[in-house]
Design a protein around this ligand. Structure first.
Ligand SMILES: Nc1ncnc2c1ncn2[C@@H]1O[C@H](COP(=O)(O)OP(=O)(O)OP(=O)(O)O)[C@@H](O)[C@H]1O
Length: 588
């Protein structure tokens, strides 16, 4: 999506509101002109040599009607401003969610992404307020022209003096805009830290640990310290801004005094009447107010420019745009067996000193069932995430059916994979939506999952809302949720299925049943089973043993046992432990 289109989309369905607001602005300027003229006539009628009560009442009534109209337009203006704001905010959120389109998680799982996301979101707010102040700008320019014309009629050079004296305000607003953005950039991490800590104190999932570990004072004190640090930063910035604004205020008072002196001089010289003095002084004040509106708009334009360049960088850095996709990747024909070949694959997380994977070589035949084992942090999850295309890899390292995966469009590549990780999502949707993740649920597919894996789905209505987020929803146990995540992966029915410690919460019977049934029913699927429970490994065609990012051993169960290496030790130590505790269990 190009930025010109993006700009147009911001105002979608808000144009009518803008037209109404501009019309209100025109009417309000005309009303103000009328008020100034009537004030002049009223003052002149009171201070004339023979003041007339009737004429004064006539002007007061006229002024009253004009003020009533002004109040009516003010109310209308407020409503349409809110209407436009609501529509623009909706448009902005929609554009943001549509454009935020990452295809890899490599850069996403970093603090930098979260900081940049915060700054981008802040920028969006400035676009929203800029759109509305655009109307105020038009109104301000209109008013300034009308008031300048009124003054020009009486003292031709005065409007130029007023404008000249006010112009330094633009410069001031421009520096404020840049400083404000830098302030947001510098404080985004601390404000994120505060909200993370606040969430720990409020979110239902964290509260149980907060209670059991009686850690509220620990988190609360940390939240308190972070909040105070954030406030100090904020006050420092606000103090500088207030000082500058006070300076600007003093400057404005001085300019008003200068203009007032000029007007008094003209009254003393009897060039203008007292009524003229009153009306011209209010016109000068109105110009100054309009100028304030224009300069604050100028500040927002500056911020808008910074925002747009930040957003452009954000979307190009983290999202693959549609256009870029088409240029980089042609749709590849990938038919038949989906063999996977890994050649000298090395991978390092940007936030990490050590390499997570080093010189991995693997050949996997389509339909193979592979168990991946190894100690914590040995690189198992990284390997399977790289396999399914979640991270960017170097060219010529992973081949899918003979094609370098860097040449396959990520969306096409993802279509061949299903993955269940340890941190799967518990969607606050109905049971059937949790499985299908679509509005168009294929009940037959769910039926066949129920048939082949009868222990997988809870015995509740498919329309039951799950979780504890919404009224009437039903919470499930950890294992039941995990089974639903597994059902989701089976529903996708992809060529490659990755289970990354995806059965850790299942009871042993369900776990064995699942693996056994997978091997029976999904003979054509390639399956990767990352596990710490080695007793299921004999069911697999091959076992890959990992340590410190390397593949240490790779082969069928019996072959690895004969090697008497790492797998042999790991497998036996689990068996021994089970035997050791067997008598204890027997006596219970
Ligand atoms: N998103 C990440 N950013 C930075 N480093 C990471 C990230 N994920 C994993 N690592 C690091 O990469 C290494 C391998 O981690 P990985 O999750 O692949 O191990 P694992 O074998 O799956 O471990 P476990 O059995 O504990 O799940 C670890 O040292 C870990 O600290």
């Amino acid at each position: 999506m190009k930025f010109s289109v993006f700009n147009k989309k911001i105002y979608e369905n808000a144009i009518v509101c803008f037209m109404v607001l501009i019309s209100i602005g025109i009417f309000t300027s005309l009303l103000s002109t009328g008020q100034i003229q009537v004030t002049k006539y009223l003052t002149d009628s009171i201070v004339s040599a023979s003041p007339s009560i009737h004429s004064a009442i006539r002007w007061v009534s006229m002024l009253f009607i004009l003020l009533l109209c002004g109040t009516f337009f003010k109310g209308l203006n407020l409503f349409y401003q809110e209407k436009a704001r609501i529509q623009i905010n909706y448009n902005l959120d929609k554009i943001f969610l549509e454009k935020n389109n990452p295809k890899k998680i490599t850069k996403i799982e970093t603090p930098k992404y979260q900081n940049d996301l915060n700054i981008a979101r802040y920028g969006f707010n400035s676009i929203s307020s800029l759109s509305l102040t655009f109307i105020q700008l038009i109104n301000a320019v209109l008013s300034m022209m009308v008031y300048s014309a009124i003054i020009f009629n009486k003292i031709w050079f005065l409007p130029f003096i007023v404008l000249l004296l006010n112009s330094p305000k633009l410069l001031y607003e421009s520096t404020i805009a840049v400083k404000e953005f830098h302030y947001i950039e510098n404080t985004t991490e601390i404000s994120r830290e505060r909200s993370v800590l606040q969430n720990l104190l409020l979110s239902p999932s964290a509260i149980k640990e907060v209670l059991i570990f009686t850690m509220k004072p620990f988190i609360f004190n940390r939240w308190n310290a972070v909040y105070k640090r954030e406030n100090t930063e904020s006050l420092k910035f606000k103090k500088q801004e207030s000082l500058k604004r006070t300076g600007l205020g003093i400057y404005s008072n001085t300019t008003l005094a200068i203009n007032q002196s000029i007007l008094i001089y003209f009254v003393v010289q009897k060039i203008i009447t007292i009524g003229d003095y009153v009306s011209l002084l209010s016109a000068v004040t109105m110009i100054e107010t309009s100028f304030y509106g224009i300069s604050s708009y100028y500040r927002q334009i500056k911020q808008y420019k910074i925002t747009m360049s930040k957003l452009s960088t954000f979307f190009t850095e983290y999202s693959v745009g549609d256009q870029q996709d088409n240029v980089s990747f042609a749709q590849r024909q990938i038919d038949g067996a989906k063999d996977i070949q890994i050649t000298d694959l090395t991978f390092q997380y940007s936030e990490h000193q050590e390499k997570a994977l080093q010189h991995i070589h693997l050949n996997i035949k389509s339909g193979e069932k592979i168990a991946v084992v190894g100690g914590n942090g040995s690189g198992k999850s990284t390997l399977v995430k790289l396999l399914c295309g979640l991270h960017s890899v170097d060219k010529n390292t992973i081949f899918f059916n003979g094609i370098d995966i860097t040449e396959i469009h990520p969306e096409q590549y993802f279509s061949y994979f299903s993955i269940v990780t340890q941190d799967f999502i518990k969607y606050p949707f109905s049971l059937k939506e949790n499985i299908a993740l679509t509005d168009h649920v294929n009940l037959e597919k769910i039926g066949s999952i129920k048939e082949n894996y009868p222990f997988l789905l809870p015995n509740i209505d498919l329309d039951t809302l799950l979780g504890y987020e919404y009224t009437g929803s039903r919470q499930l146990s950890g294992g039941q949720w995990q089974k639903i995540a597994l059902a989701r992966a089976l529903y996708k029915n992809s060529d490659v299925l990755i289970l990354d410690e995806a059965t850790s919460a299942l009871d042993p019977e369900s776990e064995y049943g699942l693996i056994d049934n997978l091997i029976q029913h999904e003979s054509d699927k390639t399956i990767f089973f990352v596990t710490h429970r080695l007793n299921l490994c004999p069911l697999f065609d091959r076992i890959i043993v990992m340590k410190d990012g390397h593949i240490l051993e790779n082969g069928p169960h019996h072959q690895l046992l004969q090697l008497k290496g790492n797998y042999y030790k790991m497998y036996n130590s689990q068996q021994i432990k089970e035997e050791k505790y067997e008598p204890v269990r027997a006596t219970v």
